[in-house]
Design a protein. Structure first.
Length: 602
């Protein structure tokens, strides 16, 4: 009979993170990976690692020559089984960094190699500074690293809290299909050609939006799902082609009901999954207009000040042509004050210039209020000393500060100064990662103008309801219509968003008309929704919360891939599996497809 690869005695009795002083004297068997091996001749020390921790094993030749010989054959990342006795480490040799650090395994009875390992392409013990493409190619090894394991467990912990919380509140956890019809969330669809219906394709959901609304029409009242979503967007560091959101919908609610539920859920998540401090226990709510005015963005970071100030009134009419032209053209001049920065060198000021320029502004004008009372600014010959002081005062600057001014159309000014504020927050170390500042942004406009087509389009979601006072405006002045959209921001990131929906067929139909869709297009895109809404659709609303984003914030990583077990790289390629891969021959024929771009690169 062939020898079993793992004899019965090798079954573990404990994990590598379990043994404590109370186990001293017990005979135990551990299984794990060789994390480190220190060969001191007659004595070999092994650090045996598994998901739960690391335990030190001391194998003494004099005490057991056979076990010692087996231990001598072990190398990094071999999988081994060891039976021995738990003993207290000699005084002064305890390792406070390990949960098992007060004990070790001695009096070794047996050592068995359960699996050998090639030398890993990078050290599991450190893993820092390894090229990310190598880590992604060998993701299964990368996940053995302590930090990655911790982040993976953190993501799981968050989903566990989400589930327990929502189960407890009477939500049904339901799965909606992933081969569906295109559903607009503002990105491109991934499509799946149908073999049975040549020339036709399914779309992967950008979100379960329409399906969850239809569940409300079904009367299921409270639904949630940890939904995989697919958006074929241009890849950016903080966007992913494939991601997970906590997607939920509720019937008979107003916006406060959904927001209040999320308040409670996120308080629960923060308390149970992290040691971070909440800036506000009751998440503040600000309007979209206020968010733009004060921060230039709805990705609000309330951890620090440096709010934007409108100084158009002080900056105009001083004979400075750039400002006057911008203001005459409907633009604005806004400022951010950098505290204590009056003495910034030209190089330091240029660095700030670069930030606003990469975000679309033509440049930055500065006013330096030196502590000795002198004022320096390239604007001096237009503004005069008093004019500069007036502008600086309107910006809220004091002695020693530097005022940074940007003039342009509002969207550009806000984008540039929002970026500058975020840059300064980090540079001046005002963004304590251990503090969480959640903030709701409400009262978004229902429509915005698409720059390319000039047409009105939805700001967030075409299914969003107009605000109570805006139903009339859909017919008279839709551009002014408000909405029942709400977004939750945390520390400068959007972490989720949702809305109360337009649940009456005629309102939804009108919204599509306003966006310029013909009757035929409306039928093609949302005919099924309009029909469903004719059969008693309850008022309803919901939200979707990004799972990766909250995991990143709680896990202190700026890299989305760190909180996903098998992510694609920034070019959308799975380096481990080699996807996407070339499709040819029969597979294509069956689907009736011809693919261009035969020079496929990965
Ligand atoms: N469907 C929206 C999204 O995926 C969220 C929602 O409105 O519920 O962003």
């Amino acid at each position: 009979m062939a020898e079993s690869p793992a004899p019965a005695w090798t079954r573990r009795t404990h994990t590598c993170g379990e043994l404590r002083r109370g186990h001293v004297g017990a005979s135990v068997t551990l299984n794990g990976w060789v994390h480190r091996r220190r060969d001191q001749g007659g004595l070999i020390f092994l650090d045996l690692r598994d998901r739960y921790g690391i335990t030190q094993v001391a194998v003494n030749r004099d005490q057991n020559a056979e076990a010692h010989a087996a231990a001598a054959r072990l190398r990094a990342e071999y999988v081994a089984a060891v039976t021995g006795q738990v003993r207290a480490r000699p005084a002064g040799t305890a390792n406070p960094n390990l949960s098992t650090g007060e004990v070790e395994l001695g009096e070794i009875e047996r050592v068995e190699i359960l699996a050998a390992s090639k030398p890993p392409p990078f050290e599991i013990t450190s893993g820092a500074n390894v090229d990310e493409s190598v880590r992604l190619t060998y993701r299964y090894l990368d996940l053995r690293r302590e930090r990655m394991r911790w982040l993976t467990e953190l993501r799981f912990d968050i989903t566990r809290v989400m589930r327990e919380f929502l189960w407890g509140r009477g939500f049904l956890e339901l799965e909606t299909p992933t081969l569906i019809k295109t559903t607009p969330e503002g990105a491109r669809d991934f499509i799946v050609p149908s073999r049975h219906h040549p020339g036709q394709a399914y779309a992967l959901p950008q979100s379960p939006q329409q399906l969850k609304q239809l569940l409300m029409v079904s009367g299921l009242d409270r639904y949630f799902q940890l939904a995989r979503c697919y958006r074929d967007e241009d890849l950016r560091a903080d966007r992913f082609a494939e991601f997970t959101q906590l997607d939920l919908e509720m019937a008979f609610v107003e916006r406060e009901d959904v927001m209040g539920l999320i308040d409670d859920l996120y308080l629960d998540i923060v308390r149970r999954c992290s040691n971070k401090r909440l800036l506000h226990e009751q998440f503040p709510r600000i309007t979209y207009a206020q968010a733009l005015e004060r921060f230039g963005t709805d990705k609000v970071d309330l951890r620090f000040g440096l709010e934007l100030q409108d100084v158009s009134a002080q900056a105009g009419g001083r004979g400075f042509r750039v400002f006057d032209a911008v203001l005459a053209d409907g633009g604005m001049v806004k400022a951010v004050v950098v505290p204590g920065a009056a003495g910034y060198s030209r190089r330091q000021v240029n660095a700030l210039q670069d930030v606003v320029k990469t975000h679309g502004a033509a440049g930055l004008a500065t006013i330096a209020l030196h502590a000795d009372g002198s004022v320096r600014s390239p604007l001096e010959r237009f503004f005069g000393r008093q004019g500069l002081l007036d502008a600086a005062q309107a910006a809220g600057a004091g002695a020693g500060d530097l005022v940074c001014l940007v003039a342009d159309q509002p969207a550009t000014v806000n984008a540039a100064l929002a970026a500058l504020r975020a840059h300064l927050g980090a540079q001046l170390e005002l963004t304590d990662p251990n503090v969480l500042a959640f903030c709701w942004v409400v009262d978004y406009p229902l429509f915005e103008r698409d720059e390319e087509s000039g047409r009105l389009t939805f700001t967030h979601n075409p299914f969003c309801s107009p605000s109570d006072d805006s139903f009339e405006l859909l017919y008279t002045d839709p551009e002014r219509a408000g909405s029942k959209q709400y977004d939750l921001a945390c520390n400068g990131h959007e972490i989720g968003g949702g809305s109360v929906r337009a649940h009456r067929a005629k309102d939804l139909h009108r919204i599509y008309e306003v966006m310029g869709f013909s009757e035929a297009e409306i039928e093609e895109q949302i005919g099924h929704m309009l029909r469903a809404f004719e059969y008693g659709a309850p008022p309803h609303g919901g939200i979707a919360m990004g799972l990766e984003r909250i995991a990143m914030i709680l896990g202190d990583t700026a890299n989305l891939r760190d909180v996903t077990v098998f992510p694609k790289n920034q070019a959308g390629v799975d380096l481990m599996l080699g996807a996407p891969s070339v499709m040819e021959g029969e597979q294509l024929e069956e689907l009736g497809l011809e693919l261009g771009g035969s020079t496929q690169t990965t």
